[in-house]
Design a protein around this ligand. Structure first.
Ligand code: SAH
Length: 243
């Protein structure tokens, strides 16, 4: 009788263990399939063609950057809330902005507005020199932790006002601003390398902005408007300056 009970308990324990292990696996394969669908229907079906960008978007586990209650919605075609009233951009916008930067391995890139750290991870899949600044200390800390946990050792996160850029590491081959600004912060233009690309949502910080691509050629700026977008506002120094 005792033998039977011991045998049964061991069997039950093993069964529970098996279910737990395969459930986690199922979870991962579910998210992988979600990612594949996202790349096919939201990115390739639109105008994302850069293979490096598509590969990065296919790889980064976006569901680990969103709040737990939004995990199942992580790969849908819209932005999601993160902590402190901020948002993680829609996957298509992340891909489009990354594609605009025309990144090559070895390029040095600066992001203003780390948020969840997702965009930084996408950049880090393409180049190993990623610098990201976040003005909200809670978000900066959490994003740095998430990135570290996922093994992104090539991303440096700093808590501070991105308006001033990161002069210690300038010049940057690419700069990406992921919060809305009514003008391009002059320090960012200064820190952009010759031939560098800067992408920024420009316009009213309350309503809509125009995603704008700026290229520095022979010291001059070439401006290209990409599309209408909506981002959370840049705060800090920018609010004290006139346009
Ligand atoms: N790229 C992020 C989403 C950005 S949301 C992601 O992938 O999740 C915009 C972020 O910009 C917010 O986290 C906000 O706190 C931050 N931000 C606003 N003003 C800033 C400033 N002056 N410097 C740095 N970050 C700023």
């Amino acid at each position: 009788m005792r033998k039977k009970i011991i045998f049964l308990s061991i069997f039950l324990l093993l069964a529970v263990l098996f279910i737990l292990l395969t459930a986690k696996d199922l979870d991962e394969s579910y998210f992988r399939a979600e990612r594949e669908r996202m790349v096919r229907y939201q990115l390739k079906a639109r105008d994302i063609t850069d293979p490096k960008v598509l590969k990065a978007m296919l790889k980064v586990p976006r569901h680990l950057f969103v709040l737990p209650e939004y995990k199942r919605e992580a790969y849908r075609d819209y932005p999601l809330p993160i902590d402190e009233g901020q948002t993680i951009s829609q996957p298509y916008i992340v891909a489009l902005m990354t594609q605009c930067l025309k990144l090559k391995p070895g390029d040095k890139v600066l992001e203003i507005g780390t948020g969840s750290g997702y965009q930084a991870a996408v950049l880090a899949e393409i180049t190993d020199k990623v610098f990201s600044i976040e003005i909200r200390s809670g978000l900066a800390k959490k994003a740095a932790e998430t990135l570290k946990k996922l093994g992104y050792k090539n991303v440096k996160v700093k808590w501070g006002d991105g308006y001033f850029g990161w002069p210690e590491y300038a010049p940057f081959d690419a700069i990406i601003v992921t919060c809305a600004a009514n003008h391009i912060p002059p320090p960012l233009i200064k820190q952009l390398a010759e031939g560098g690309r800067l992408v920024i949502p420009l316009g009213s910080t309350l309503y809509y902005q125009t995603l704008t691509l700026v290229t520095k050629k022979k010291g001059k700026l070439k401006i290209k408007y990409i599309m209408g977008v909506r981002f959370v506002p840049m705060v800090g120094e920018i609010t004290k300056r006139k346009k």
